[in-house]
Ligand binder design. Structure first.
Ligand code: ADE
Length: 356
């Protein structure tokens, strides 16, 4: 049996029954694929159903406020994906009569749609024979075909894409693509795959050569940047029981663009509390106001793709009742949950909100 036929047959018997597999609607497929680039299926399911309930069609997404889109995305990370989804939905309404293009090249021109997503939509929704190349495909095919080029380089990826093109079933491109990804995910696992029970082991070069654990090869990991964030949750008690907190919208070109966090000071190295509160940045944040430090958190470690953020949170209560004039957004404590925040901030709020 050919590689293609064996995979398609395996898929028929083993595929997971997922909501986005019951539809040809390109919008639903697009949303599911972008979410799955961000998280595992188990977590992705909840995000997917919330997202499409809130924005059931491309028009609903285009008409939404960006803040609501970010709020729905909250916790998934990599928020540019959500901003791009929103921007692309607007483009589709404005320039494509509200219809998601069925053409790979035109899909590629939409904001945030790269080769993977364009191929996934073109093949799964419209059955055009464009191969998808994601992490599962890279791992599975580099092992099966014994490809030793690093898969995180253009030449490595191209080699895998060539293999996909060679074997893709032109009549069932969407099914073939999903079968390869599903096989990579369920059978050809990253660690300790059960090769003894694999239906492809007689032709799998890595299995025959004993190199399964070595593949896929990656070029040297990029060095991670370490950042230290010192956050100030500044509370103003207008009157008894009526508390406000300062939020800051992150507008700079950096992680978490357009999400909210707190006034903060960033350093590339750790600094003492004394240095922190005598720094000129703290002077600029707090201005002339008198304050009391009421809580200092433990250090949070937050890992992103190319950076590690160590964060400390200081809860600071302003002493006066007079309205302070700090250059941030003053939000009643009970309304904080309406704002889209990074997961790090959400974690802190979940732990400490009760004490505000
Ligand atoms: N991973 C991401 N998208 C997928 C799909 N459509 N099928 C299987 N695995 C996937």
């Amino acid at each position: 049996m050919t590689f293609t036929k064996a995979l398609l047959e395996w898929y028929q018997n083993n595929f997971r029954d997922l909501p986005w597999r019951k539809t040809n609607d390109p919008y639903l497929i697009w949303i599911s694929e972008v979410i799955l680039q961000q998280t595992r299926i188990s977590q992705g399911l909840g995000y997917y159903s919330r997202f499409i309930e809130r924005f059931p069609s491309v028009g609903d997404l285009a008409r939404a406020e960006e803040e609501e889109v970010l709020k729905t995305w909250q916790g998934l990370g990599y928020y540019s994906r959500a901003r791009n989804l929103h921007a692309a939905a607007k483009e589709i309404i404005e320039n494509h009569n509200g219809i998601i293009p069925d053409n790979y090249e035109r899909l590629l021109q939409l904001k945030g749609i790269g080769e993977y997503t364009a191929a996934a939509i073109a093949s799964i929704a419209y059955n055009h024979p464009f191969p998808v190349v994601d992490g599962n495909v890279l791992r599975f095919l580099s092992r099966y075909f014994g490809i030793r080029l690093p898969v995180d380089t253009i030449s490595g990826k191209n080699k895998i894409r060539e293999k996909m093109l060679l074997h893709i079933d032109k009549k069932q491109a969407g099914m073939f693509n999903q079968a390869v990804m599903e096989f990579g995910s369920l059978q050809c696992k990253p660690v300790k795959p059960d090769c003894g029970k694999c239906l492809l082991n007689k032709k799998c070069l890595a299995f025959l050569e004993g190199t399964v654990e070595q593949l896929p090869i990656k070029s040297k990991p990029k060095k991670q940047k370490t950042r230290y964030f010192y956050y100030f949750a500044i509370i103003w008690e207008k009157e008894k029981g009526k508390k406000f907190l300062y939020l800051r919208k992150r507008e700079e070109k950096d992680v978490w663009k357009n999400l909210y966090d707190f006034p903060m000071i960033e350093r590339s190295e750790e600094i003492s509390e004394e240095d922190l509160f005598s720094s000129s940045e703290w002077g600029k944040i707090i201005r002339e106001d008198k304050f009391r430090l009421i809580f200092q958190s433990h250090q949070y470690k937050h890992i992103l793709t190319h950076q590690i953020i160590f964060a400390m949170f200081y809860i600071v209560q302003l002493a006066g009742r007079r309205k302070p004039r700090l250059p941030y957004l003053l939000v009643p404590v009970e309304e904080i949950k309406k704002y889209p925040v990074p997961r790090l901030i959400e974690e802190f709020l979940n732990e400490k909100m009760v004490s505000f």
